[in-house]
Design a protein. Structure first.
Length: 201
């Protein structure tokens, strides 16, 4: 009797799993494909790196296009944080590239309803600038000029080094209730492609 009941239970569990697991898998696949289908609304159109006094300085042009949902939330008073991820690797033929350095430059964009001004804050340096329109604020946000990014003394003379940069909205900086929804919303997954270049000697 016990053996028969156990076999029956196992059969029921097996049938249940065959019915439920594909459904769960379908939901997860749909969810992640929805997130992955987010449009690339950020575009790094130009990067220049100059070597001055053994320090590399980066200048770049980034075009930002915010989704309607992000704009709506920002105009309700929630600051939006944009992160510039910058990495440097040494190219190697037979094994994976060696990471030399990485840094994150972070900016906060917010709207002040009382003054009708857009405020851009460099979270690394603390500097702030206010603008009367979103277009001007995004233009400043997308203009990087002579940012010190790497000390040449970290590099070997004979190596070839590659720099890469990506711009994205930092969803992790949102308030907790909004953050949980944003993680699974294509409206918030705003990011550029990685832009890479050979570091000049």
């Amino acid at each position: 009797m016990y053996l028969s009941a156990t076999v029956n239970q196992q059969g029921m569990i097996s049938r249940l799993l065959r019915q439920v697991v594909p459904g769960i898998a379908g939901v997860l696949l749909s969810l992640f494909s929805h997130v992955a289908s987010a449009e690339t609304r950020f575009d790094i159109s130009e990067v220049k790196v100059n070597l001055v006094d053994k320090v590399y300085y980066l200048s770049a042009r980034i075009d930002y296009e915010l989704s309607d949902k992000v704009l709506e939330v920002m105009h309700r008073g929630v600051p939006i944080v944009v992160a510039l991820d910058i990495e440097f690797h040494r190219s190697r033929k037979l094994i994976w590239d060696e990471e030399i350095a990485q840094l994150v430059q972070r900016y906060q964009l917010e709207y002040h309803a009382l003054t009708r001004q857009y405020l851009v804050t460099n979270l690394n340096s603390g500097s702030q600038h206010s603008f009367p329109t979103l277009e001007v604020a995004l233009a400043l946000l997308g203009t990087v000029v002579d940012l010190p990014v790497l000390d040449k003394q970290l590099l070997d003379k004979d190596g070839q080094y590659v720099g890469s940069m990506r711009a994205s909205v930092d969803v992790g900086e949102l308030p907790t209730p909004l953050r949980l929804r944003a993680y699974f919303s294509a409206d918030w997954h705003l990011s550029s492609e990685w832009y890479s270049w050979i570091l000049p000697n």
